[in-house]
Design a protein around this ligand. Sequence first.
Ligand code: ADP
Ligand code: MG
Length: 260
Amino acid sequence: MIAFLDKMTATLDIKNLNVSIGDKPILKDFSLTVPKGEVHAIMGPNGTGKSTLAKALAGHPDYEITSGDALMDGQSILEMEPDERSREGLFMAFQYPMEIPGVTIANFIRAALNARQPEGEELNAPAYYKSLYEKMDMLKIDRKFTSRSVNDGFSGGEKKRCEILQMAMLDPKYAILDETDSGLDIDALKVVADGVNSLRGDNMGALVITHYQRLLEYIVPDHVHVLFDGRIVKSGDKNLALELEEKGYDWVKQLAETAA
Ligand code: ADP
Ligand code: MG
């Protein structure tokens, strides 16, 4: 019975979410359930609200949630501060990651992990570095990387590697990746995909937001949803991504018009 209940609530559940920027409604009654163990992709033309979804879930102050709810394993996250959402197991990889000059990647990730320790406790440094280097080896990231400042002067590919390394170290319950593929060459794309694929499993749910089908050749999603004008206008399996690539986004616009 307990296992049954756990299974029922082990989801990222977005319910009728309405999000505005200023006075402009962007997401309109957006609903989606991502169970742990599944990878869902959200595709859609530029300007339809994909990043708005990611930022609203992260708790960005510019994105006003006018109604609806978002629950992680049954618990609403909307009243939580962004860092609390993160400590509860939500991870975001952003389209344009922030640069933090003067803070090394090793110290940045360590601080994030220490913030998850019980009050007054800290990670053991040798154990931390051992785990960091294991993850870096897994993701084929050069060790020199750890002593560089977070994203400072990084190429697009390096920023994504850095995000994926953070994700691997934080071991989230739910990960949201916003256009982690934009501007990436094929090698960097594979690093991102390998990272997500290696963390994929019963303990994590993922929402992969992408404009292009290309990333989904490497991260094969369980479900694909098409977003248009703040709403999901079509859902399907991985083949929907191929159909989109083939028919283009004009087709989506027609779908939305038919649905309206
Ligand atoms: P996508 O990620 O799908 O390309 P976004 O969520 O970034 O779309 O944007 C959705 C809409 O919200 C667009 O019309 C965009 O111009 C608008 N928008 C996004 N961010 C802001 C902002 N900070 N201020 C005002 N409008 C914004
Ligand atoms: Mg975007």
